[in-house]
Design a binder for this molecule. Structure first.
Ligand code: NAD
Length: 260
């Protein structure tokens, strides 16, 4: 355990997911108080126990929060404030999607398009707004938004050929929107000493189709491989720590050179 983020109070949405669990683990390993805002109540106890053990830090807390529902965000923050009083950082990392998400372009309806934008981009907006209002009163804060390489570069659809996967059009709109939202908020909130940055990862390897992993990896310059979650977490620690205190409005791309 290091002291790099010692006693910083950090809220991480989607902290029970693939990238989120790594984020929680590394922030806690650096001495932070981490509050996970997530909807996955069923898995929360076992994941939190595991993260406490891995990080050697017991200051990891789960609080239910659905970022698509402003009422639960307000309830979340009211409970959070009673316990922790202040907030140093918010990491917008949740990945809400509706049940039709992931369809190819021809099959995406107008309703699904709007709903997924509203859930993900709208959720990041509302979570940022609610927490920024606290930060504006404190006159300090730090927000990190999870974007993606698909927020600024076009998908290459040949890597999905022969699989049941695609890169949904909503995702391009959502992640492009998150990069713009990051710059807007960095500009708007700078005078309150609130920094706002984004991280744009390339694809993280999980249990994707083998031919997809091969095709994707062949385009990656560093190591011809997909990202691992630990490839992403270093940038988060940097952005949350004081060594980046003069950096705002940035988008750190972590893709092994894929998008060059
Ligand atoms: N996995 C990748 O390859 C990749 C690449 C680039 C960017 N990203 C981005 O990183 C972030 C995390 O992705 P991931 O792959 O870890 O996703 P994931 O699906 O593994 O985890 C997402 C987490 O968000 C939670 N969640 C879903 N809806 C929610 C809601 N309404 N309110 C609160 N929490 C909710 C889930 O319960 C889960 O714990 C996302 O913004 C994603 O777009 C992921």
């Amino acid at each position: 355990m290091s002291n790099y983020l010692l006693d910083k109070k950090i809220i991480i949405s989607g902290g029970l997911g693939l990238i989120g669990t790594k984020f929680v683990e590394v922030c806690a390993s650096c001495g932070a108080y981490v509050t996970i805002a997530d909807i996955n109540i069923d898995m929360s106890n076992s994941i939190v126990d595991n993260l406490k053990e891995k990080s050697g830090n017991h200051n990891i807390f789960f609080q239910y929060c659905d970022i698509t529902d402003p009422d639960t965000i307000n309830e979340f923050l009211s409970t959070y404030t009673k316990k922790h009083h202040t907030v140093d950082a918010l990491v917008n990392n949740a990945y809400p999607r509706n049940r039709n998400y992931g369809r190819k372009f021809e099959d995406v309806t107008y309703e699904d398009f709007c709903q997924n934008l509203s859930m993900h981009l709208g959720g990041y907006f509302y979570m940022s707004k609610a927490v920024a209002l606290m930060m504006m009163k404190q006159r300090c804060g730090n927000i990190v938004n999870m974007a993606s390489i698909y927020g600024f570069s076009a998908p290459r659809f040949d890597i999905y050929r022969g699989t049941n996967m695609t890169m949904p059009i909503e995702y391009a709109a959502i992640k492009g929107g998150i990069i713009s939202l990051t710059k807007y908020l960095a500009s708007y909130l700078g005078e309150y000493n609130i920094r706002v940055n984004a991280i744009s990862p390339g694809g993280v390897e999980t249990n994707q189709n083998e031919s997809f992993i091969k095709k994707y990896s062949s385009r990656v310059l560093l190591g011809n491989r997909m990202a691992q979650t630990e490839d992403i977490s270093g940038a988060l620690i940097f952005l949350l720590g004081d060594h980046s205190k003069y950096i705002t409005g940035h988008n750190i791309i972590i893709d092994g050179g894929w998008s060059l």
